[in-house]
Design a binder for this molecule. Structure first.
Ligand SMILES: Nc1nc2c(c(=O)[nH]1)N[C@H]1C(S)=C(S)[C@@H](COP(=O)(O)O)O[C@H]1N2
Ligand SMILES: [Mo]
Length: 311
């Protein structure tokens, strides 16, 4: 299969130094104090510092250590370093994905059988968390559209729902009701079929580390990071908009679409700029780009839509 989308990223310097930021305030709002949820770390608001021009958003991938040590994977804890500490507990072999709902060929598909039919690519994508930090990640994976074609999507299908594996015995973070487990996410079918939408199985040409969502996760680079659901065990085609974990946890703060948009602030913080992980605490505050820099590729999906109402 031909490569249908090409990166337009160029290189600039990025130096390593992780920072810590979490959703302590939201958790506090849910009645989960830092102690109750086992939280730690420092909550940083927008930091001072000159915003760089958008040309400086030209990108070099973050270091392996940055990508694999500064993670959000709440099933393994809410601190950024918890997943790297705890995710080794997750068994990722054997692995299969149940694909069901409005498809021609529903079933439990062994991951190896899926991969043998997919075209693997490297995609260097910007990755923008709703918490206003960002990285650049060299993913390995295949287009979700190819998997959907493999199983055959029925004409009535309008949405794709995803579910993360839920194994309390392997996931110490699920002792806490931070989210309603299992973690679930969803996309509109046309978003799922967009060539940018990736099912990722690796980083830097190596198998996906557990903390980053082994053995297979979604990557939707124009949306806030929480849409990129990890360790997927179920994909369901449906004609109804599926529930999503962060929307259930905070409906006024996290919508279904969750497109990166510098003009639509989070109710409690600005989304106009972001801190690049690896830039150091007081450097590299950069303006956030519409659709995280993928406007050309995805803006047409939302023609005529009120992006504030549909945040
Ligand atoms: N199952 C699951 N998927 C998840 C999350 C999570 O807590 N659980 N966190 C999300 C959030 S908020 C972000 S920013 C990204 C982080 O991906 P990374 O740790 O590989 O950078 O994963 C997303 N996918
Ligand atoms: Mo995130």
């Amino acid at each position: 299969m031909a490569k249908r989308w090409t990166n337009k990223l160029t290189r600039s310097d990025v130096t390593p130094e992780p920072i810590f930021m979490n959703r302590r305030k939201l958790l506090a709002g849910l009645g989960l104090g830092a102690g109750a949820a086992g939280l730690g770390g420092l909550t940083l608001g927008a930091m001072p510092g000159a915003a760089l021009a958008q040309d400086d958003m030209a990108l070099e991938p973050n270091a392996w250590d940055e990508i694999t040590s500064y993670c959000n994977y709440y099933e393994f804890g809410t601190r950024k370093d918890d997943p790297a500490q705890n995710a080794h507990l997750l068994t990722t072999e054997p692995w299969s994905i149940t694909i069901d709902g409005l498809v021609d060929k529903p079933g439990d598909y062994a991951l190896g059988d899926i991969l043998s039919q997919m075209t693997m690519e490297e995609r260097i994508y910007r990755f923008r968390c709703v918490e206003a930090w960002s990285m650049v990640v060299p993913w390995n994976g295949f287009e979700l559209a190819d998997l959907l074609d493999m199983v055959g999507v029925k004409p009535e299908a309008q949405y794709v729902a995803f579910e993360t594996v839920y194994r309390p015995e392997e996931m110490p973070g699920t002792r806490y009701p931070v989210l309603d487990w299992p973690y679930v996410e969803g996309l509109r079918l046309d978003e799922a079929r967009n060539p940018l939408t990736l099912m990722a199985t690796g980083l830097y040409g190596k198998p996906m580390p557990n903390q980053n969502g082994a053995p297979i996760r979604l990557v939707v680079p124009w949306k806030y990071g929480y849409k990129s659901i990890k360790s997927i065990v179920r994909i369901t085609l449906t004609d109804k908009q599926p529930p999503t974990s962060w929307n259930k946890a905070g409906p006024s703060e996290y919508g279904f679409y969750s497109n990166v948009n510098p003009e639509v602030d989070h109710p409690r913080w600005s989304q106009a700029s972001e801190r690049k992980i690896g830039g150091g605490l007081f450097a590299k505050k950069v303006p956030t780009l519409m659709f995280n820099g993928y406007e050309e590729e995805v803006a047409a999906l939302y023609d005529g839509m009120d992006l504030k109402a549909n945040h």
